[in-house]
Ligand binder design. Structure first.
Ligand code: SAH
Length: 346
């Protein structure tokens, strides 16, 4: 609600049907409006010319259509584009578009800041300011799509999506719906630091790919770099991976940030293979991106190569992520849109 008005961008199609039913309107009207919002990118009810005039007027009185416009856009030498969005309350979030030959991936944020406090992550050094609304999540996609076609969506920007599950599920229902943003389940991935009960709930409520930021092969190391592990240790996390209902015959993406001298040894690679032996998974190795918030170092190329080859030799699908957009601080773990707010408020 905003000024007593409902933001229709916060409504799934079912919510919109219920909203209109409350006004005595038929359900097909909701589909019409939904399509206007997401397929024709309508910014006002006045544009919705196939709706009766009185319905358009009723909607204008009862509802608003929120929107995000990028306040700044930085383009990296490698083509990565970082969008900065300012929200109604002055907070900012960032989305990063990573162009690749056949698939452009948009990395979106789900919270302003983050409460997970992972030791290696810059976002974790800011506290959680607040959750994003479903509208703010969806509007990042709507805004970037006006600029560049988007093929894949990953919830790997700022925040822990499963700590904002209600709004993330709503946003996913809009993103995945045929009358909404029309993304196929194969092209949408939610990434988590490992909130076990919420992984189960996500799987029950929507069909979507899952990525898990594993980042360590022992509870000792994981406890240290990811405090959430003290609540949901590796055994519980891997059980939740095993029972996660993936779309079709997909695999879970295991993200593994390699940090020099901490988790980048051949022993780690061997333990990783054992941990994942009965989990259909593909592994993303992400060499740690150094930043001022943390004294960890990137691994040597040699260590990355040994780790990568070992996993390959055990028949895993492995991708070593190159550090895209590092020159504009758009690389993994480097988003810092929150910074200007915290600096401003000092
Ligand atoms: N909270 C979710 C979504 C954030 S995704 C999650 O934890 O999955 C961000 C990804 O970037 C995570 O896999 C995280 O492990 C990784 N990451 C964070 N900081 C990083 C850094 N400095 N260098 C490389 N990867 C980093």
């Amino acid at each position: 609600m905003m000024n007593g008005k409902t933001d229709v961008k916060n409504l799934t199609l079912d919510d919109l049907i219920a909203f209109l039913a409350g006004k005595g309107k038929e359900r097909y009207r909701a589909r019409q409006i939904f399509k206007w919002l997401y397929q024709k990118d309508a910014r006002s009810f006045a544009e919705m010319t196939d709706l009766a005039k009185d319905l358009r007027r009723d909607m204008e009185e009862a509802a608003i259509i929120s929107n995000l416009e990028p306040e700044a856009l930085e383009v990296s030498r490698d083509g990565t584009r970082k969008y900065l969005f300012r929200l109604e309350d002055g907070n900012t979030v960032e989305s990063v578009l990573i162009p690749e030959e056949d698939r452009t991936t948009l990395c979106i944020s789900s919270q302003v800041g983050c409460a997970m406090a992972c030791e290696f992550c810059l976002t974790g050094t800011f506290r959680l300011a607040r959750n994003l609304t479903a509208a703010e999540i969806v509007n990042q996609i709507c805004a970037v799509r006006r600029d560049v076609p988007v093929r894949n969506i990953v919830f790997m920007g700022m925040g822990e999506p499963l700590a904002n599950l209600d709004n993330v599920v709503k946003a996913l229902k809009i993103i995945l719906h045929d009358d909404g943003l029309q993304f196929s389940t194969r092209r949408v991935t939610v990434s988590t630091a490992g909130l076990v009960p919420e992984m189960e709930r996500l799987g029950r409520e929507v069909t979507v790919n899952l990525a898990v930021s594993l980042n360590a092969t022992t509870d000792d190391v994981r406890d240290r770099i990811m405090p959430i592990n003290r609540k949901y240790p590796l055994r519980m996390l891997l059980d939740a991976c095993r029972s996660y209902p993936l779309p079709g015959r997909r695999k879970i993406t295991i993200e593994y940030v390699m940090i020099k001298g901490l988790n980048d040894s051949l022993e780690d690679a061997k333990r990783l293979v054992k941990l994942l032996s009965d989990i259909p998974s593909k592994i993303n190795l992400i060499p740690f991106n150094e930043h001022d918030g943390c004294s960890f170092k990137s691994p040597e190329q040699g260590a990355i190569d040994v780790f990568h080859s070992y996993l390959l030799s055990k028949h895993f699908t492995v991708i070593t992520r190159s550090s895209r957009g590092a020159d504009i601080s758009a690389a993994c773990g480097q988003l810092k849109g929150k910074l200007d707010k915290s600096v401003a408020s000092i």
